[in-house]
Design a protein around this ligand. Structure first.
Ligand code: IMP
Length: 424
């Protein structure tokens, strides 16, 4: 079975843990969009691994892990992750593949990302990793791909061409000295040598795997509302984070996708700027951030926190074709007297039941909440649905009714064991 895992909010839903669990049952795991703006945390025993580029399934021996053509790769970050895995005794040789069509993040992408953000009046809150400028070059047809790093002549031509134009812009627009060809050329040709054994035609590999009835897990990064089209534009990332992105970013046809699983936190978080209708008040936000340890795994930035927004997640279910939902961090809600779910927005005296596409409306809507009773803190972690507090079960059932989707897993802690499988 070929499954896509998707974040249904603004990213950081906890997809890494779910990918890690589901990886046990599949043969191939694929990252298909985004770059090292993502941070996927996986806890195994007393060890915590944070991946920015590596598919989270890499911790499972014998599984083949691919970085698809839709990902943008910062080679230094990838090199560090590969070395980290080697140090941890995890052998990736022969089972880690990088698409030769994946675009490469260059030093000028990173700097441009930061300079642009500094100049912006309305900041996006970018992670500053060069993701946007790299995707922009891809669309502008001047990007550099992994295969180019294996071909010194082609790489030199492309790099020269890029620097000719970009250095002018850096100097004139940003008063930046620009970039030296030789230094970048040497560094990146070296990456080509380092990655040569991993770079391959992953599109072919995955299609052959699908034909052989192997199981593939497509690991989404970020979340639905950071999608370049369907997200809260312009406060979004630069890739297709919705399920369609899995096909474009891997070369596997939509007819070969069997199921899309959505991941949602039991509340909502957002890093960076942009509208957030259900955001908590300052004090309660601080309290919940601490309770949920809501700090970005990529930048360490504090995450903004708010109540569960059923309008958002319902839209995510629709766009992605989600048939099963996983609820993460249920335990963070323990000990709250009451819990709210946003069921509609109020705007200019009217009730809205759909997530508005107009930016001004989204920025000004007031959430309409349904309240549910909370449940106490517990020292024992529930291990099955029946062990969840009755009010927690009421909350889950209410989400299921509102979202019209099956909830098949609930996470109550960071480790693999803190996961309840249910069929409600
Ligand atoms: P960029 O993709 O680094 O340019 O960031 C654009 C927006 O997406 C910013 O608001 C980031 O905080 C947000 N963002 C990017 N990647 C992630 C992620 O993995 N989790 C949560 N937010 C993200």
């Amino acid at each position: 079975m070929n499954i896509v895992i998707i974040g249904t909010q603004w990213g950081d839903e906890g997809k890494g843990k779910i990918v890690d669990i589901l990886s046990q049952k599949v043969d191939y795991i694929v990252r298909y969009q985004g770059g090292n703006n993502a941070g996927h945390t996986v806890v195994v025993g007393d060890k915590e691994y944070i991946f920015h580029l590596m598919p989270s399934g890499i911790l499972h021996k014998h599984k083949v892990c691919c970085i698809g053509n839709g990902v943008v790769i910062d080679p230094l970050v990838l090199q560090n992750e590969i070395e980290g895995l080697k140090r941890a005794g995890i052998n990736i040789s022969g089972r880690f593949k990088i698409s030769s069509l994946a675009h490469v993040i260059m030093p000028y992408h990173r700097i441009l990302d930061q300079l642009r953000e500094a100049k912006r009046e309305h900041k996006i809150g970018t992670t500053g990793r060069g993701i946007g400028p790299c995707y922009a070059d891809k669309i502008n047809r001047c990007g550099i791909r992994m295969a180019d790093l294996l071909n010194p002549k082609v790489f030199a031509e492309k790099l020269k061409d890029n620097l000719k134009e970009k250095n002018e812009i850096f100097k004139k627009v940003y008063r930046h000295p620009g970039f030296d060809f030789k230094a970048i050329y040497r560094e990146y040709i070296n990456y080509g040598n380092l990655f040569a054994s991993y770079i391959s035609n992953t599109m072919l590999l995955l299609n052959e795997a699908a034909c052989d009835k192997k199981d593939i897990l497509f690991e989404g990064a970020q979340g639905t509302f950071l999608d370049i089209d369907f997200g809260t534009y312009p406060f979004v990332t630069s890739s297709s984070t919705t399920s369609g992105g899995a096909c474009i970013g891997s070369g596997v046809s939509p007819v070969k996708i069997d199921k899309v699983i959505g991941v949602a936190k039991a509340y909502t978080t957002r890093v960076g700027e942009g509208p957030f209708p259900t955001e908590f008040s300052l004090e309660f936000g601080k309290f919940m951030r601490k309770k949920g340890n809501e700090f970005g795994s990529t930048t360490g930035r504090p995450r903004r926190c708010g109540w569960f927004d059923a309008l958002m997640v319902r839209e995510a279910v629709m766009i992605n074709g989600i048939s099963e939902l996983v609820i993460m961090k249920m335990d963070v809600l323990n000990g709250l007297r009451k819990i709210k779910i946003c069921t509609a927005y109020r705007y200019k005296g009217k009730l809205l039941h759909e997530f508005p596409q107009d930016f001004e409306a989204l920025s000004k809507v007031k959430p309409v909440y349904e309240e549910a009773p909370g449940w106490p803190e517990t020292s024992n972690k529930p291990r099955c649905y029946k062990e969840l507090h009755p009010n927690a079960r009421v909350y889950l059932n209410r989400l299921r009714e509102m979202l019209k989707v099956k909830v098949n897993m609930v996470s109550v802690g960071s480790s693999r064991e803190d996961t309840i499988f249910l069929d409600c």
